[in-house]
Design a protein around this ligand. Structure first.
Ligand code: KIV
Length: 283
């Protein structure tokens, strides 16, 4: 079993040009499968609100939701570097609150790092959490928690003005002490520039190839999340189809009394005569 990587391993991988593969996970089995598959890291994303809980977005997700799912993931993947995602409202109000909530991910759920959304405007929070000794991942571009301000789940950085703001955000995130940056839904030309400009690893979710690694949401890449599929997703499986077909077959078997079969039942150890005598006792 591979040992749990640290942020220093990810710095070294960047230097040596080795790409990092990570996915989101929210539960024990998915985390365990990811560890068995050799995943470099796992994000316990607040996307759990949409993928697991069926919300329309990530806004309703609470700290307690995130901590509970981080604990489940840690039990499933004890040897994988895990990033806990700070939900909306858990870091915006004050630096003290941001540090207090970031600490919970490490103390209560054994996370290796936390991630929060935003650039220049959350630089003070990144600085405070980093100074508390916690590895911080920044996240800029399409930031789902502020999709209201962005006018929806929209790609960013496609015009010079928008790209300029994102470059300023990326620099602010690094200068504030973050140890990695996630770019979401931005064009590869901008990804390549930011990756070359920063010393910390830069990862993509929908930001193209020229960076230090790729993240996908497990519900998207496994074909489990049916509400919509972003352009940047490659579906590696169709788990929804597999599950629906299995459920349909089961319903049919039950209705037609084809399940359970002999191999699925427990067999009596005394004779049938003895059992009949027993049943008579109750008549
Ligand atoms: O919550 C999440 O899964 C995320 C990704 C969209 C990057 O933050």
């Amino acid at each position: 079993m591979a040992r749990r990587k640290t942020i220093l391993d990810f710095m070294k991988m960047k230097e040596e040009g080795e790409k990092v593969a990570w996915i989101t996970a929210y539960d024990f089995p998915t985390a365990s499968f990811a560890e068995q598959a050799g995943m470099d890291m796992i994000l316990v994303g607040d996307s759990l609100g949409m993928v697991v809980k069926g919300y329309k977005g990530t806004i309703p997700v609470t700290m307690d939701d995130c901590i509970a799912h981080c604990q489940d993931v840690r039990r499933g993947a004890p040897n994988v570097f895990c990033v806990g995602d700070m939900p909306f409202g858990s870091y915006q109000c004050s630096t003290d609150k941001a540090v207090e909530n970031a600490v919970r991910f490490l103390k209560e759920a054994d996370m290796d790092s936390i991630k929060l959304e935003g650039g220049v405007r959350v630089a003070d929070k990144i600085k405070a959490i980093s100074e508390a000794g916690i590895v911080v991942f920044g996240h800029i571009g399409l930031t789902p928690q502020s999709s209201g301000q962005l006018g929806g789940f929209k790609a960013q950085g496609m015009t010079v003005d928008s790209a300029r703001d994102l470059i300023k955000d990326a620099i602010a995130v690094e200068e504030a002490g973050a140890r990695a940056l996630l770019l979401e839904a931005v064009p590869p030309e901008l990804t390549e520039y930011i990756t070359g400009k920063l010393e910390i690893p830069v990862y993509s979710i929908g930001a193209g190839l020229p960076c230090d690694g790729q993240l996908l949401i497990c519900g998207d890449m496994l074909g489990m999340f049916q509400a919509f599929t972003p352009k940047f997703v490659k579906k590696y499986a169709n788990v929804a189809e597999v599950e629906i077909n299995a459920f349909k077959e089961y319903v049919k078997d039950v209705k037609e009394s084809k399940f359970p079969e002999d191999e699925h039942v427990y067999h009596i150890k005394d004779s049938m005569e003895d059992f009949q005598k027993l049943f008579k006792e109750f008549e």
